[in-house]
Each structure stands twice: as structure tokens, then as C-alpha cells.
Design a protein around this ligand. Structure first.
Ligand SMILES: [Zn+2]
Length: 436
């Protein structure tokens, strides 16, 4: 307790009076003590020769994370320890800032408590007479980058209480663990992936798992950053703009739309830039969020593998079956990515998903309401249909055909022919399969 003009010093058991001096380092040091031999617990008042106000320091503590971003989390408890007395006080703050009045030279120690009550490493603080604008406490905390900026929604559980990939960057080891083939070329993708994940907010572990597994499948594990056709073929078949990037950006319109978003030119000779690792990843992340009517990030968050696959592929090629030992299809890549990124431990995503992360049902997918794709689900599963990509199953095929007949009453194919079938012929096929 501070008097307007004095400093209260609690004497220790064998000191009656302490003479404190304020050093040039703004610390009080014990210069001399009188010892009566008996000691006393009674506080002794020491008069200051200057008004107390001059020794008072007003500051604002700002919590920042390991990377210097403001750390704004609802109800963060901070324990303040006055080192000299051992007194502790707990403050609860919600805006990442703590107004602080302390005594010049007073040693304080702040400990941020995680939501589970466990303390982070304490941070020491001594108030100086030189006015400091704001004091930043750098905390040993991982937070999901970009989500704690001004005007962004506050998320509550972004402290790393768990070990999924929500709060961390993708590493080379992650990609190596996911790969079936050679991994020598993968290191140059790490920086672009983590940069793009921040720009496009592909930041939940499950979204990262979806993006990487689908793009791995599309590009032979990042070996092929552009469609393997000749310049002449490109000119004659794609108007000069063949597929480039991890999710192949194709046709001039799309190159222009992406360039408009980036504020860069990807037309003419510049179109080949999309085949460099940086833009191959970035254009795919752009497509992921903005390239189609559906935001693939949202479908990933619902664990809708059927929907994500159908939108990227147009059908169900390489869905859950392949000719390479079963490890190189969309489902196999995804389930491995789930393990590598520890999605099963996630505390942020919808917790009801966690018990059935490997269970993908047509009726739970967006595809169940898409007339063309639901017909595709029938075709790809149909044991009589030769296309490779889905494990053949007459019951799954019938599920798709039945739903197609239902939707076909009110929805039209876009474009008018899907997988080689007009809607009329598709209906004939579906009815025959359902009656057989
Ligand atoms: Zn997670």
C-alpha cells in the first residue's frame, strides 16, 4: 500500500529498517539495513524526498505472440507477481491490453495462464522513469496467424493446447510423410504453401489436409505443375491457355480473373509464371476459395470429400480407388494427411466430425443436391461402367441413380451433356439400373 508521500517497506525477520536507493538503472537496491537483532514484522514507513507521483509509472502492457502479433483472446488471465513482496494478483483481460500503474524500479513478473489454467513462461518487468509508450510482453504462444488482427473475429481456442496443424505451419516432413514417390523436389513448396494458407485463410488443420491431399493427387505429388501437352496443342485446344498450377487454371478468362485478384498480369508470355512453385500454389489456393461457386474451404470444414472431389475433378476420378496399390487416390491421401496433421486431435473444428473422419456418405454431401454429379456418383460406382476411380458397388450406384431421378424433376444438366449422357439418356439408364 502506498501513501501519497511514502513508501511502505515490509521489514524482514532480521531487519528493522531498510534504506533503499533508486539506482541509475531505475531499480531499488537495498543500501543499508539496521538490525536490532530481534526483527519485527511491523511495516515501517520511509519518507520519500520527492512526491510519490514522480515515482509512479503508467504503462500499458500489450500481449503479443511469438511472432509479434497482438494476442487478443477473450478472458485471458494474467497473474502479476510483485517480486519484492511475493504478492500475487490475477487480472482477466479480453482485449490483449492491461493498463498498469506501478512504482519506478518495482520488479514485477507476469504470467499468462492458458484456458486450462496452465501457466506460460513468466515475463519480468521493471518500470523505468523514462516514459515508455507501451510495453510489449512477448509470450511464448502459438496462435493462428491472421485471426487476431483488428476487426477480425476473435477465436477462443487458438492457444496451442493440442497438437493438430491448426496452429502451425506445414513442414517438409509433413509432405514427405504424405508422399508415395520421390520427395527431393518438395522443399521448394513449403514457403509458398504456408504463405498462401495465410493469404487465403486455409488455416484449420482439416482445410490444410484437404488442400494438400487434393493438390498432391492432381499433380503427381507436385511433380507436374502444368498440363503435359505441346504448345501447339495448347494453342489449338485451350486458346493458348492450358492447365497450369496445382489445381489447373485453364482458359484465358480464368488467367485474367486470377491476375485481376493478384493485381498482376498472367496473360501472353506471363502465363508461364503460373507453372512456378509460388504461383502454382497461390493460384490453386485462389481457386480453392474463389474459383468456383462453392468455397472449397467450407466443404473441407464439413469433411465433404465427395463434394470437394466432384468440384475439383468434375467427376470422381481417383476418388477412392486407383491402379497404384491403393495409396494414390483422393481418399487415401486425405486419410494419411489427417493422420500427419493430427486432425483427429483438433479442438477447433466441429467435434461431431471427429468420430467418423473416414466416413463419407453421399447423403451428407453437397453432391446429393447436384443433379449432374449425383448421376456421376451412380456411373462411377456402377460395376458396368468402365471408368476408374470409385470402388465398384451396385448399391452405391443405385443410391446415386435414385437421387438423380428425384432431382431430375427440377434440375437440368449444366452443360447439357454430362459424362457423355444427355439428361434424357441418363434417366433411361438410371431407371433401368434401379429396376434391374
Ligand atoms: Zn485443428
Amino acid at each position: 500500500m502506498w501513501d501519497s508521500n511514502g513508501v511502505e517497506v515490509l521489514s524482514s525477520a532480521n531487519r528493522d529498517i531498510e534504506f533503499l536507493a533508486l539506482t541509475s538503472n531505475d531499480e531499488f537496491v537495498l543500501k543499508r539495513s539496521l538490525n536490532s537483532g530481534n526483527g519485527t514484522e511491523k511495516p515501517i514507513l520511509i519518507q520519500l524526498d520527492e512526491p510519490y507521483e514522480k515515482f509512479k509509472s503508467t504503462s500499458t502492457l500489450t500481449l503479443v505472440d511469438r511472432e509479434g502479433s497482438n494476442y487478443v483472446i477473450e478472458k485471458t488471465n494474467i497473474e502479476m507477481l510483485i517480486v519484492a513482496t511475493g504478492k500475487k494478483k490475477v487480472y482477466s483481460i479480453s482485449n490483449g491490453k492491461l493498463p498498469l500503474i506501478s512504482m519506478v524500479g518495482q520488479r514485477l513478473q507476469f504470467t499468462v495462464l492458458k484456458p486450462d489454467g496452465k501457466p506460460l513462461d513468466p515475463v519480468s518487468y521493471v518500470a523505468k522513469r523514462v516514459k515508455e509508450e507501451a510495453i510489449k510482453l512477448h509470450l511464448d504462444v502459438d496462435i493462428v496467424k491472421g485471426l487476431t488482427e483488428k476487426n477480425e473475429p476473435i477465436i477462443e481456442q487458438n492457444i496451442k493446447l493440442h497438437d493438430c496443424a491448426c496452429g502451425r505451419d506445414i513442414t517438409l516432413d509433413d509432405l514427405k510423410a504424405l508422399a508415395v514417390g520421390s520427395t527431393k523436389h518438395l522443399s521448394k513448396f513449403i514457403a509458398p504453401i504456408n504463405d498462401s494458407f495465410k493469404i487465403y485463410k486455409i488455416d484449420k488443420c482439416i482445410q490444410k489436409a484437404y488442400f494438400i491431399s487434393q493438390t498432391f493427387l492432381e499433380t503427381g505429388e507436385y511433380k507436374y505443375l502444368e498440363e503435359r501437352v505441346s504448345a501447339e496443342y495448347e494453342k489449338n485446344n485451350y486458346g493458348g491457355y492450358k492447365g497450369r498450377g496445382l489445381i489447373q487454371l485453364t482458359w484465358k478468362d480464368n488467367y485474367i480473373a486470377y491476375g485481376k485478384f493478384k493485381g498482376e498480369d498472367f496473360t501472353g508470355v506471363n502465363r508461364v509464371k503460373i507453372s512456378s512453385p509460388k504461383y502454382a500454389v497461390d493460384s490453386a489456393a485462389w481457386f480453392w476459395r474463389k474459383g468456383k461457386a462453392r468455397d472449397l474451404n467450407e466443404l473441407a470444414l464439413k469433411n465433404d470429400l465427395i463434394g470437394v472431389s466432384a468440384i475439383i475433378n468434375g467427376g470422381f476420378n481417383h476418388f477412392d480407388n486407383d491402379n497404384h496399390g491403393g495409396r494414390e487416390n483422393r481418399k487415401a491421401y486425405l486419410l494419411r494427411a489427417f493422420k500427419i496433421l493430427k486432425v483427429g486431435n483438433c479442438k477447433i473444428i466441429d467435434q461431431s466430425l471427429l468420430s467418423s473422419l473416414d466416413d463419407f456418405k453421399l447423403e451428407n454431401s453437397i453432391v446429393n443436391d447436384m443433379v449432374g454429379e449425383v448421376f456421376g456418383w451412380g456411373l462411377w460406382h456402377d460395376p458396368e461402367y468402365k471408368k476408374i476411380g470409385c470402388t465398384k458397388s451396385l448399391s452405391e450406384a443405385r443410391k446415386g441413380y435414385a437421387r438423380f431421378i428425384e432431382l431430375s424433376k427440377n434440375q437440368k444438366f449444366k452443360p447439357p451433356k454430362r459424362y457423355g449422357y444427355t439428361q434424357e439418356r441418363a434417366e433411361v439408364l438410371a431407371r433401368r439400373k434401379l429396376s434391374g
